[in-house]
Design a protein around this ligand. Sequence first.
Ligand SMILES: Cc1ncc(COP(=O)(O)O)c(C=O)c1O
Length: 400
Amino acid sequence: MAFLSDTLARVKPSPTIAVTTKAAELKAAGRDVIGLGAGEPDFDTPENIRDAAKRAIDAGKTRYTAVDGIPELKKAICEKFARENGLTYQPNQITVGTGGKQTLYNALMATCNPGDEVIIPAPYWVSYPDMVLLAGGTPVPVVATIDTDFKLTPAQLDAAITPKTKWFIFNSPSNPTGAGYTRAELRALCDVLLKHPHVWIMSDDMYEHLVFDDFEFTSPAQIEPALYDRTLTCNGVSKSYAMTGWRIGYAAGPAHLIKAMGTIQSQSTSNPCSVSQYAALEALTGPQDFLAPNRKTFQRRRDLVVSMLNAAQGITCPKPEGAFYVYPDISGCIGKTSAAGTKIINDEVFATALLEETGVAVVFGAAFGLSPNFRVSYATADEVLREACTRIQTFCATLT
Ligand SMILES: Cc1ncc(COP(=O)(O)O)c(C=O)c1O
């Protein structure tokens, strides 16, 4: 009898975590490494949020809570959706989990049967396909190339839908490309979804607050009220409030789905950390004034990275609307040989050679479902980004 499960054989460990670990190992061994792999803000959690957590500890809020979130937090989440997205939800339509990751996972676990298809626009966040596989479903990646700024077209979505399609996962702004769908672009996708009433929409709005220039964030249930009854709107405090370690995510949708997700959570992890829930409550209800300066900082870094990468030979880097990632195309580098003699046959080899020869850690595009590219997370100081991009430029300039 095999000890490890067949389920385990279907999934692979997160490549983004693997890159971060490799970079940390090299650093520990004394190498001068710049990590551009991790997907988290470099800011500290704001003080008012940290203070709220300390108060919660001192007030003894350290016991089990309701499985899918304390009532105060669910109420604050309802108010957030009403205030920021024009969406009306009742507390029984809200679930709170251990990070956005758990709420997405719960939804897939609660709904996927063998044979159910889940449409995932590629490039995608690395966890979507593997979570679908863990849940027993079939991921259906649909590639959106640089020609459409990494955005799925309505025709592509329409063509991917079959009678077996259960979910369409929508992520804007996107990890790994930063691409954000305009209101008109999302409207066009919603029109396709209206034609297919059996398809549910999982909107991952994790990067909602990280949008630049005059880009307007929108979410499917907000754009098309007729989709409200089959949309799960997912969000969390990790990225917007620099709270990745606190592990609080949430989702809103039809009460029967939310209840089913709660059942999965009740038999796996129970409630998300009680103290973190009080911290998230403060994040959503307290002052919001640090969001704008953070956005400005990220926008400045995006502009810096896009211009420096476009100046590198063989690299084309589109300018995304949001998040803190860029996803440059390296077609012009493929087939060349690095200064140390490595033949760059694909983006994985490019990323490995870049790390070994220059100490810059990025995640290769194949991990996200579109090659030849790599992902840069620019959630790090300007001077570090400048140095990293200079090394990338030198690396590319010496390819022959
Ligand atoms: C698109 C997207 N959704 C969800 C998550 C998960 O966020 P959390 O840290 O709250 O689990 C991430 C984190 O990288 C992400 O990039």
